[in-house]
Design a binder for this molecule. Structure first.
Ligand code: ZN
Length: 187
């Protein structure tokens, strides 16, 4: 009878360590994507863990072995390998289909690309860098920049100097208002 704990998924299988230099980093990512829970140094055996143990690990090591052969002992092809890790993660996860990777959704591979500089821009990134078309204008009525759009949805002013100008003016207005409503004390 097969020993149920023959492979402890909590630690990266040794065959993968030999096939991918990034395996120790990518293995926990794979577990998280597949939905395998690790507790006290051991995985919790459930349907996801069973599938990964019985199919996922073999599939992954076969594909990485083919990739390693293709690289001819040269540097690892991070993109090709990210495709492999992601494919196995998707195949071992619930759901029937695996979304194809196209030029538009390359960022789906980011979870399996270790080097930050090699990751792909996501739609969220481009929204952030463009400032987004819907961000409001600077709240400084006398903004010297246009008024310019604020840098984030939480900001009220386009710049530090606009914020300082307004808070100084508000402080003055508040001081005047406070002075007005202070009742005169009888001498
Ligand atoms: Zn401004």
């Amino acid at each position: 009878m097969e020993n149920m704990t023959a492979i402890n998924l909590a630690t990266c299988p040794t065959e993968l360590l030999a096939l991918d230099a990034n395996a120790p980093t990518l293995w926990p990512v794979l577990l998280r994507k597949v939905g395998v829970t690790v507790s006290k140094g051991e995985h919790i055996e459930d349907k996801r863990a069973w599938i990964l143990r019985n199919f996922g690990v073999d599939d992954l090591s076969n594909r990485l072995a083919v990739q390693q052969t293709r690289e001819h002992g040269g540097p690892q092809d991070d993109l090709a390998r990210a495709m492999i890790w992601r494919h196995v993660a998707e195949a071992s996860s619930p759901g029937e289909t695996i979304a194809d990777i196209t030029a538009q959704n390359m960022y789906l591979l980011n979870a399996f690309i270790v080097a930050k500089t090699k990751r792909f821009a996501s739609p969220l990134d481009s929204l952030r860098s463009e400032g987004g078309p819907k961000l409001p204008l600077c709240q400084n009525a006398k903004c010297p920049n246009g008024p310019a759009r604020v840098p984030s949805s939480r900001a009220k002013y386009c710049s530090k100097s606009c914020r300082n100008v307004v808070s100084r003016r508000d402080g003055f207005v508040k001081a005047v208002r406070t002075a007005k409503i202070t009742p005169l004390k009888a001498a």
